[in-house]
Design a protein around this ligand. Structure first.
Ligand code: 5GP
Ligand code: MN
Length: 325
């Protein structure tokens, strides 16, 4: 599997679809839009479509509204090539999974440790900061213009917590440097998409922090957002971005858990951890996945049932460490 194999597949395709995971984040939107812009520029004769389940408002301003599609309603019955980006498993493509399966050729570009390589051609680098970083390595950087660079920078900055998480390597910074030279307005981009919060986002952040509880002697912090609370604030799931990271910043905490009701007795679970707990392995138990220090899954039951199970798994990992010392 090499970069050349990918470009041969691109050359051979007349119709190309690009899709990422459900509930898109900065890396998903950034990598998909970067590839879309690059392909449109390098291959103007090809039909290239990019799809998202939704477009979080903080990213919408960066991209022309008619350049991407929300949902797969307008998708062709069959594409010559489907690119899956930042998506650890096929199911997380949501409605895109069907389009992926129908495509003649498939390529996956990702950085999730849990990714088993579900496409025909896979570029998976679990140590990379982001799918956008993996994508950058596959592009010809002499062809990267300001628009492509802006989308790549968005993805890398978001998935590295603005170059803070341990996934940020020397290479990540080198790539960021190249992208800055391409003319990315980093200050505006980071303020607009990362630091600025809407009133609703701040309200719900406050509520989640206020209702959080410490467990396992302060090693775990957890909070739950019900549908009722979401409705009360008029919040959407993308308004919860960054909240679990804020919980994780609490002194002494090894694992932060944000449990978000998506339907009665069904919850989306987001986890963040420090050095002592591998949350990807916990998420995997429940059909989810992600990274060692940032992972998620969907679980059924009440908030208390879910926390009981997660605490047991966290406790096993915390105690194993103690026993080894
Ligand atoms: P978040 O907590 O921000 O939703 O996700 C953290 C990380 O775990 C992300 O890299 C995300 O892609 C991954 N992740 C979250 N939920 C799931 C899931 O249900 N399945 C899989 N495979 N990965 C997930
Ligand atoms: Mn990512």
């Amino acid at each position: 599997m090499s970069k050349e194999d990918m470009w041969i597949k691109v050359q051979n395709a007349q119709t190309i679809a690009i899709g990422g995971h459900v509930r898109p984040d900065g890396d998903c939107v950034g990598s998909c839009m970067a590839l879309y812009r690059y392909l449109c520029m390098a291959f103007p004769e090809k039909k290239v479509d990019v799809f998202f389940e939704s477009m979080p408002t903080q990213f919408a301003e960066l991209f022309e509204k008619d350049s991407y599609q929300i949902g797969f309603k307008e998708a062709l019955d069959q594409y010559d090539l489907f690119f899956s980006l930042d998506c650890g498993d096929k199911e997380r493509l949501g409605d895109g999974a069907k389009v992926f399966e129908e495509a003649k050729e498939t390529i996956c570009i990702d950085h999730h440790i849990s990714n088993i390589g579900y496409a025909a051609l896979n570029f998976i680098a679990p140590k990379a900061s982001s799918a956008s970083e993996v994508l950058y390595e596959l592009l010809d950087d002499t062809k990267i213009n300001t628009d492509v660079a802006t989308a790549l920078y968005l993805g890398i900055a978001h998935d590295s917590g603005v170059f803070k998480y341990s996934c940020t390597s020397k290479r990540t910074m080198e790539i960021a440097g190249v992208l800055i030279e391409k003319g990315v307005d980093t200050n505006t981009l980071l303020d607009q998409t990362f630091y600025h919060k809407s009133y609703v986002q701040n309200q719900i952040l406050g509520r989640v922090l206020l209702e959080s509880i410490l467990l396992l002697n302060g090693k775990v912090i957890a909070s739950c957002v019900t549908n009722k609370i979401m409705k009360f604030y008029g919040a959407t799931s993308s308004d919860l971005d960054g909240i679990v990271e804020q919980l994780k910043l609490t002194d002494g905490v090894e694992m932060a858990v944000l449990v978000h009701e998506i339907e009665p007795l069904v919850y989306k679970v987001s986890m963040r951890s420090g050095d002592k707990i591998n949350v990807a392995s916990i998420a995997k138990h429940f059909g989810g996945g992600g990274h060692v220090k940032a992972a998620g899954c969907t679980m059924s039951g009440t908030y208390y049932d879910i926390m009981n199970i997660l605490l047991e798994l966290a406790d096993i990992q915390l105690n194993k460490r103690k026993e080894r010392k």
